[in-house]
Design a protein around this ligand. Structure first.
Ligand SMILES: [Zn+2]
Length: 282
């Protein structure tokens, strides 16, 4: 490298420390949730059509499951507090706390000033995947969501209306009965369900590769607060080649909501909003 100082190797050799050790982070009672999830009663389902999004509601203390059906398909998931949709999933903080990809035991944290768990992942049939030889893994919180603005930038002004961002915007507008202009600012960075992604080691670029998901695979969550979920079946399909177009084969995604059996959530209480007093030193 040009202009490297004489002690460059020594500086690079400094060992990293974990930014947010999670020993003191409020942890889910996974043994309780694992026991509860085997005695569930299905109370509803929503099928998300290809290249579209749909909303669903999951009351606090219920479970919901996103399942691959028909063919490998990636889903872009938004979460909102059902009574205040401005409290929404904070992908960047989930990444800082849990790492680049979420699996069983990982939690979806909400935006400031709430910063509390909205949902806890209770089962992941792709949990076996780990981190592959390219540095790729499944269910990331590093991508954002495919969107028509980036597409227009990269394609010299191209107009494509079925990116996840637009799908999520239409679906949230329909669910809340509000105009697109009010829904769009509520749409946020997603959990990329089933998507296989990472950063290249040589250039540090965000990459995707065909998802290892197969029909029947699912990711299951426990709703910690009353939730509106909004799920887009990404136009990228399995995201093995491209998104932001109608080129890829796309499949639906199934969302199912389950109620727990009476008495199976012993000791669980819905998390309160964050304890910070918001005085910001004044
Ligand atoms: Zn997408």
């Amino acid at each position: 490298m040009p202009n490297a100082p004489s002690d460059a190797d020594a500086r690079r050799a400094v060992k990293p420390v974990i930014c947010y050790p999670t020993e003191t982070l409020p942890a889910p009672d996974l043994p309780m949730l694992t026991a509860a999830r085997v005695r569930l009663t299905k109370i509803g389902e929503v099928t998300v059509p290809p290249r579209e999004a749909r909303c669903f509601e999951a009351p606090a203390g219920h479970f919901f499951r996103i399942t691959s059906v028909e063919a490998p398909q990636v889903g872009d998931l938004n979460l909102h507090n059902a009574t205040d949709p401005t409290e929404r999933f904070y992908s960047g903080k989930a990444r800082a706390l849990h790492g680049t990809h979420l699996t069983t035991g990982g939690r979806m944290w909400s935006s400031f000033p709430h910063l509390r768990p909205m949902a806890t992942i209770t089962h992941d049939t792709l949990g076996w995947y780990g981190i592959d030889g390219f540095g790729g893994s499944v269910h990331d919180v590093i991508g954002t969501r495919c969107d028509p603005y980036t597409h227009a930038l990269l394609s010299g002004g191209g107009q494509y209306h079925h990116c996840c961002h637009s799908n999520l915007t239409r679906s949230l507008a329909d669910h809340l009965g509000i105009p697109l202009t009010e829904a769009e600012p509520l749409v946020h960075d997603v959990l990329n369900v089933f998507m296989c992604t990472g950063f290249t080691r040589d250039t540090g670029q965000y990459f995707m590769k065909a998802s290892p998901v197969r029909p029947g695979d699912y990711l299951e969550f426990f709703a910690e607060i009353d939730l509106i979920g909004n799920l887009s079946a990404c136009p990228g399909g399995d995201c093995g080649s491209e998104h932001s177009s109608d080129a890829a084969r796309c499949a639906p995604l199934l969302v199912e909501v389950f109620a727990p059996a009476e008495g199976s959530l012993e000791g669980w209480v819905s998390p309160l909003s964050n304890a910070y007093d918001r005085s910001h030193g004044r």
